[in-house]
Design a protein around this ligand. Structure first.
Ligand code: FES
Length: 134
């Protein structure tokens, strides 16, 4: 039997309204659990698409945003770790400059769906990294 679509839908976590994520603008943070420890994931929009990552630099395990929700550097083209300036491609999470070279952000699965309350961004958690409220 194929997977029950209703069960799959039940696992998706609504993060915010689609309009809340502006291209190259502020991100939305969400408390998470990773391997039994506390973590934060974040969601941003880049070139029209929503992306989500674990909020943890590939260089040293620190959160990226110097001011809450500020993940993009000033050009709006790259995600930046405020601590030592690592920059990441927003669509792949790959480090493209700075001390994280060769590393990448840990992605989470994101989907945009139409709901009765309007279009919204959902996080599809996996077994290892999931919302803190689960
Ligand atoms: S901790 Fe992120 S650049 Fe060093």
């Amino acid at each position: 039997m194929s997977a029950d679509p209703a069960a799959t839908a039940a696992q998706a976590v609504r993060i915010c309204a689609a309009d809340d994520l502006v291209d190259g603008g502020a991100g939305v943070r969400r408390a998470a659990r990773l391997g039994g420890g506390d973590a934060v994931v974040f969601f941003v929009r880049y070139e029209g698409r929503a992306y989500g990552y674990l909020n943890r630099c590939a260089h040293v395990p620190m959160e990226l945003d110097w001011a809450e929700g500020q993940f993009f550097e000033s050009s709006g083209l790259y995600l930046m770790c405020a601590t030592h300036g690592a920059i990441y491609a927003p669509d792949t999470g790959k480090c493209v400059g700075g001390p994280c070279r060769g590393g990448r952000l840990r992605p989470v699965q994101v989907e945009e769906r139409d709901t009765p309350e309007g279009r919204a961004v959902f996080w599809l958690p996996d077994g290892e990294l999931h919302p803190a409220t689960l």
